[in-house]
Design a protein around this ligand. Structure first.
Ligand code: ZN
Length: 348
């Protein structure tokens, strides 16, 4: 056979091969996660396992075509409202009405959850949200991060990491809209953040742009081209009907925005965009006694609270470094020199 004819023949074969490959991808198919396939139109709850890791997951594989949305709770084991919200979504969302695939990661840091630990995993005292993209041969937390990067983020088109204020932290509900210098991705992520319907939106560009040093769960998504938000809903280590219901509503708004469920997303009519957050830190070690309320508007220099020594003598009045809104307050009295006492949101 003449070489040109051979080349043309190969090209035709390759063309049909790639056509069938893409047709296979386009057809609604089973969704595989950690070796377990959830068929089209099926809802499946299981433990996603690798080595010693076992994470509770529900996959709802919709009957119609659509994106893959990953919602994760319990990256920090003491942040409960989103854990209950994902259980409600598991009950409520029917595969027959869903376009695309909804992956609910019910609890990432199970050991922290059972140890009632603020943020950390007791197995290595690490904060999962600082160990991405992780390492398969690393410490327990690094192994979970690696599993989440390779098995969950790799299969998601959109991601929301759902947090709350821990037992030590009062906060104003807000959503972080990260940006990484990729205009199309950053714009889409901002639209996604607005579509959650949350009123307070914090722009966030502080994380590395390097996928090999992505640090946090949502930044692992962003550095891989996947819009990744963080929501903060509820606080003080508590869960209320209101905070759980709000986390469900925010999740549903995301599903409406992605046209995965029929419905209209409800961007907040009075959305407030913050350029960044800044911390008012204590210069002393002792007790912090807050003097402001969450959501309060403060001027630069306004008093945010007092620090006393162990005997009760006032050693410092903490003043606001900027004008802005009180977004987070350290509610437990214990404070160390250099620790953030109050976090202020600076308006855009
Ligand atoms: Zn958290």
């Amino acid at each position: 056979m003449h070489l040109t004819t051979l080349r043309t023949g190969i090209a035709i074969v390759l063309f049909f091969f790639s056509y069938f490959i893409s047709a296979g991808v386009l057809a609604k198919d089973g969704f595989e996660l950690a070796g377990i396939t959830t068929q089209t139109g099926e809802k499946k709850s299981f433990m996603a396992t690798r080595g010693d890791i076992a994470l509770p997951v529900t996959v709802i594989n919709g009957k119609q075509e659509g994106p893959v949305l990953l919602l994760a709770a319990g990256t920090h084991g003491d942040e409960f409202p989103s854990m209950f919200a994902l259980q409600k979504l598991r009950e409520e969302v029917r595969p027959g009405e869903l376009s695309g695939t909804l992956v609910l990661l019910h609890l990432s840091n199970i050991d922290g959850f059972h140890a009632n630990r603020i943020a950390l995993n007791p197995k290595d005292n690490k904060n999962l949200n600082r160990e991405f993209p992780g390492s398969a041969g690393g410490t327990p937390t690094e192994q979970i991060a690696d599993f989440l990067t390779k098995e969950f983020i790799a299969k998601a088109d959109y991601f929301i990491d759902m947090h709350s204020g821990s037992a030590n932290q009062q906060l104003l509900d807000h959503v972080y809209s990260p940006f990484v210098g990729d205009k199309a991705l950053d714009d889409l992520t901002f639209e996604f953040a607005k579509a959650t319907g949350m009123q307070h939106i914090v722009m966030y560009g502080d994380r590395p742009r390097d996928p090999d040093n992505s640090i946090s769960f949502p930044n692992t998504a962003m550095t891989r081209g996947v819009p990744g938000l963080t929501t903060e809903i509820g606080h003080l280590g508590q869960y209320t009907e209101e905070s759980v219901g709000y986390a469900v509503q925010v999740s549903r708004n995301a599903l409406y925005f992605l046209e995965m469920l029929p419905g209209e997303p409800g961007p907040h009519s009075e959305a407030v965009i913050y350029e960044t957050l800044t911390s008012a830190k204590s210069h002393h070690t002792g007790f912090f006694l807050p003097g402001v309320k969450i959501g309060a508007k403060v001027e630069k220099g306004a008093s945010l609270g007092k620090v006393t020594d162990y005997f009760g003598n006032v050693v410092e009045t903490i003043s606001s470094p900027v004008a802005g809104t009180v977004m987070m307050i350290n509610e437990m009295p214990a404070i160390k020199e250099g620790q953030s006492a109050v976090t202020i949101g600076i308006l855009q």
